[in-house]
Design a protein around this ligand. Structure first.
Ligand code: NAD
Length: 342
């Protein structure tokens, strides 16, 4: 166990990076040394009130200076001054950055857009925390895979699962993105199973799953329709009781007006949580049913934020700071997870 603060750098301060920076800054055992930005945009300006700004290309320093944004150094400087870099750059860029982290002899976490081979392990706090203990390079799986792992692991662990069929209705893009689509079509992924099925197997060893993914014109959340054939006999009450042990799974009720992703995100705004985020997977209570040995349920995933607690826990695993239960408890407490009632 270490008795000092882990020094963290964040490379890529977009949807995911900025949320990780905030979550890390709330922890008692880690500190944000700086974030890496590419452009002197409004995000850089706002971030500079809280974090040291580093840039990935020195030739842009003047642009930042001209806009009154103080630059503390380069990505290379930051890599030389941290214990771990959280790489939250766009898909594929993380892989290219790995050499820099390796040369600086630091650890790194990559995000779900990277290939699973970028890390020595893939990570989900509930399903395989221990596989990342003392590792140097770890990948936190994507928002969709995290959503599936959160609700399937408790069931897999308690009752066993013969097979899962999941349909993933995916948001087109994030709310701050005005470029991507679709804006007027439904776009199925023609590869069946979609990449989410093999991805889930990187964090739940041996699970038998097929997935179909369909993109729809919305930015708020993903929705998953899950059918899991159980190995052991279970009642609805027993299944729900099992999920209730896991704070990152939040049961929500259509009969209370939470009948779509719009109301769920509205509730997150009402709760005035960080950036109106919902770190938990929202699982519709009324959708939970058992027919023979098949459990069915529908859940909603806030893609911008569900992976944030996992990044914090992955840091603790990689430095062996705390065991799984203690790390999850610390992260949940800092982010308000487990206290919500919506
Ligand atoms: P994003 O586009 O919102 O943010 C990426 C940031 O990195 C941007 O600020 C961009 O300017 C910056 N950037 C681009 N090139 C860079 C470089 N060479 N060096 C440093 N910064 C650079 O992307 P995101 O949605 O935050 O995704 C980041 C990663 O997280 C991806 O692997 C993605 O698949 C994964 N992820 C995204 C979501 C989501 O729903 N947005 C959810 C889970 C995981």
């Amino acid at each position: 166990m270490l008795s000092f603060m882990i020094k963290v750098g964040i490379n890529g301060y977009g949807t995911i990076g900025r949320r990780i920076a905030h979550a890390v800054s709330l922890q008692p055992d880690m500190t944000v040394i700086g974030i890496v930005k590419t452009k002197p945009d409004y995000i850089s300006r706002i971030a500079s009130n809280t974090f040291n700004i580093f840039i990935n290309d020195l030739k842009n320093k003047e642009d930042f200076n001209n806009r009154g944004i103080k630059v503390k150094g380069t990505l290379e400087d930051l890599a030389g001054d941290v214990d771990i870099m959280i790489d939250s750059t766009p898909e594929g860029v993380g892989e290219k950055n790995k050499q820099l982290y390796d040369e600086n002899n630091i650890k790194a976490i990559f995000q779900g857009g990277e290939k699973s081979t970028v890390g020595e392990s893939s990570f989900n706090a509930y399903s395989n925390f221990n596989e990342s203990v003392n590792k140097r390079f770890v990948r936190v799986v994507s928002c969709n895979t995290t959503g599936l792992a959160r609700t399937l692991f408790p069931i897999y662990n308690r009752f066993g699962i013969k097979h899962v069929d999941a349909t993933l209705i995916r948001r087109a893009t994030d709310p701050n993105d005005s470029k991507k689509g679709p804006i007027n079509s439904i776009e199925p992924s023609l590869k069946i199973p979609s990449h989410h099925a093999p991805d889930l197997k990187t964090v739940i060893n041996g699970i038998n799953i097929d997935t179909v993914a369909i993109k729809v014109p919305t930015t708020l959340m993903h929705v998953h329709v899950v059918k899991a054939q159980l190995k052991e006999k279970a009642s609805r009450e027993e299944v729900v009781e099992e999920w209730n042990k896991y704070h990152r799974v939040l049961r929500v009720y259509g009969k209370e007006g939470l009948s779509s992703t719009a109301q769920i995100m509205d509730a997150a705004r009402e709760m005035q949580s960080n950036r109106s985020d919902l770190y938990e997977i929202a699982l519709w209570d009324e959708s939970v049913s058992l027919s023979g040995d098949t459990l069915s349920y529908i859940q909603a995933v806030h893609q911008e934020s569900d992976v944030i607690p996992e990044n914090v826990d992955a840091i603790r695993a990689m430095f062996n700071l705390e065991d799984k239960e203690k790390s999850i408890e610390m992260t949940d407490k800092s982010l308000g997870i487990g206290r919500r009632n919506i």
